[in-house]
Design a protein around this ligand. Structure first.
Ligand SMILES: Cc1cc2nc3c(=O)[nH]c(=O)nc-3n(C[C@H](O)[C@H](O)[C@H](O)COP(=O)(O)OP(=O)(O)OC[C@H]3O[C@@H](n4cnc5c(N)ncnc54)[C@H](O)[C@@H]3O)c2cc1C
Length: 523
């Protein structure tokens, strides 16, 4: 293996690989060093329960990747390396305790009819909103896909002002500042519809009452209907396999089982890295660290810039996630109706109040008495992930505390995840059983991954924080990971941060990695 590259990248998450692909395509020599035995970071797939059952370890929904500027640039190349997506026409639904359900699908008429059955007024609102979506999306996606400088914010509002005058621009600013609850209660009257959309805020850390969170339920609702969802053929790791093949063909090196212990720098300039085994690798042009900001000082020994160090140390993580992977004899028999068997995600998040409660409990260090559960049913669309007639379920508990202080239900005494994981999983499976009687009897195999387990596999998931840092307004846009550093710059010349902690943040959209690579390569 060479010991010198133009760019050395720490961590083989999908952002690192996207960054590496673009730099390699621009003629840079690239070496990627990953501490885990496997590349992919939070995008991995494996037989975690029984042979023949392939589970997405973390991310399952690849819509952000498929819709990203990176995929636009490299989609053909990746397809040539074997990448296939599976389109999902019924992306998400919610089941309710009163045995009602609501789902959003790409069949706009069907979605509308379901909403109309709950509230004719909401159906009218939904229809108007869907009609306006292409116009809104043009503005919003331009902002979300831009390098985050004051200029990007100014041109976003300038374009809005040009198209809609002052009133329209202020309405958008107001919307962007709203909490999910404020927007959902102002917009819709059906509690079922509000809860169905509000559940999307919980995928990030936008519980119903967090300012700035309305955007996510809105985008998922509208994009879900307009485009559906995509998952990877055979597993989410389809994108990782294709990027690795592309990198190999371009002569890049990706080494796993190689923990980076130090970033080497001299006279304020990054010169390379040192691996845990003591070997050194030289970086001629850039060291790129896909790590949590709080871990940076440990690698650099300090940048000598007190303000930057303070900001990185103060970077806030969101509460944790717990995953339960199930190998199933069949899909759950949803009490609310068999139709739920045809959706990719079924949210068990019955009301905005329940979501607000579970978030407050997790923030306070309590195991929630009733966590929000996202039940992924990938094998409905991609049967290749399980033996004939069998299924996998991908269950995500949002949210749980990284460090446990107690149990909101007063039943689990353990305060370490090693002992608390199993009883907490039992609580979640009891909830599943309530919504789908008989589900437990269909379980053939299970694997529980606690927040501590997530972090043990991937140190970027601090306390099981699946988004590598809260997305609340104080840490988003110009402030991700901190004001002045949203392009991944650090006070050490040639040392750059990338990954979910950097603008535009978490998800599989490869934005931080691709924006950085474009900046370094001069587009
Ligand atoms: C449970 C879960 C479910 C999710 N579901 C979805 C979803 O369905 N859809 C979606 O869009 N997003 C989802 N996300 C979010 C998304 O997966 C992540 O935001 C994204 O994958 C992060 O990619 P990344 O490249 O920034 O970093 P990561 O994937 O976190 O990769 C960072 C890598 O760096 C390595 N590393 C760290 N420190 C070192 C070191 N010192 N030396 C060497 N290597 C190091 C880590 O081991 C890791 O492999 C989910 C996340 C989780 C955890």
């Amino acid at each position: 293996m060479p010991s010198e590259f133009d760019a050395v990248i720490i961590g083989a998450g999908h952002n690192s690989l996207a960054c590496a692909v673009h730099l390699a395509a621009r003629g840079w020599s690239v070496g990627v060093f990953e501490q885990s035995r496997e590349p992919g970071g939070a995008v991995r797939t494996g037989e975690y329960t029984l042979p023949g059952f392939r589970h997405d370890w973390a991310a399952m929904n690849l819509s952000l990747f498929a819709g990203s500027p990176f995929f636009k640039a490299y989609g053909d190349a990746l397809a040539g390396r074997g990448l296939e997506f599976v389109p999902v026409d019924k992306p998400f639904a919610s089941a309710f305790p009163d045995e009602k359900w609501l789902g959003v699908s790409t069949d706009a008429e069907a979605t509308l009819a379901r909403i109309k059955a709950l509230s004719p007024r909401d159906a009218e609102t939904w229809q108007a909103m869907a009609k306006a979506f292409p116009g809104e999306a043009a503005h919003i996606f331009a902002l979300l896909g831009s390098p985050m400088r004051t200029r990007a914010i100014s041109s976003f509002f300038w374009r809005l002002w040009r198209d809609r005058r002052m009133g329209g621009a202020l309405d958008m600013a107001r919307f962007l500042a709203m909490s999910p609850r404020a927007w959902l209660e102002e917009t819709f009257e059906s509690p079922h519809l509000r809860a169905t959309l509000g559940a999307w805020g919980m995928h990030l850390d936008f519980a119903p009452d967090i300012a700035g969170g309305a955007l996510f339920p809105y985008l998922e609702a509208m994009a879900g209907q307009a485009f559906g969802m995509v998952i990877g053929k055979g597993g989410a790791d389809a994108i990782i396999g294709a990027m690795l093949a592309e990198l190999e063909a371009r002569g890049a090196t990706v080494q796993c089982g190689a923990r980076v212990a130090r970033v080497l720098h001299r006279d304020g300039k990054a010169t390379g890295i040192e691996l845990a085994d003591g070997s050194k690798v030289t970086a001629r042009r850039a060291v790129i660290a896909n790590i949590a900001p709080g871990a940076l000082a440990g690698l650099t020994g300090g940048t000598g810039h007190a303000g930057f160090e303070r900001k990185m140390a103060a970077f806030r993580h969101a509460p944790g996630t717990m995953m339960i992977h199930l190998a199933m004899d069949g899909l759950p028999d949803w009490a609310a109706g068999d139709a739920l068997k045809s959706f990719a995600y079924v949210h068990l998040a019955p009301s905005l109040d329940q979501m607000a409660r579970t978030y407050a409990q997790a923030q306070a260090g309590l195991l929630p008495d009733e966590p929000v559960i996202v039940v992924g049913q990938p094998t409905v669309f991609d049967p290749s992930r399980a033996p004939d007639g069998k299924h996998v379920l991908w269950m995500q508990l949002r949210m749980v505390p990284g460090a446990i202080r107690g149990d909101a239900a007063g039943q689990i005494g353990a305060t370490d995840w090693e002992s608390a994981a199993e009883p907490m999983a039992e609580r979640a499976l009891d909830i599943l059983e309530r919504y789908a009687p008989g589900a437990r009897a269909k379980i053939l195999g299970q694997r529980i991954v606690s927040p501590a387990g997530l972090e043990a596999e991937n140190p970027n998931l601090v306390g099981g924080d699946q988004i590598c840092g809260s997305h609340h307004l104080s840490q988003h846009f110009l402030f991700r990971p901190a004001r002045g550093y949203s392009d991944g710059a650090t006070p050490i010349a040639g040392l750059h941060l990338t990954g979910a902690a950097v603008w535009p943040g978490a998800g599989t959209g490869a934005g931080p990695g691709f924006l950085l690579a474009q900046k370094l390569a001069g587009k």
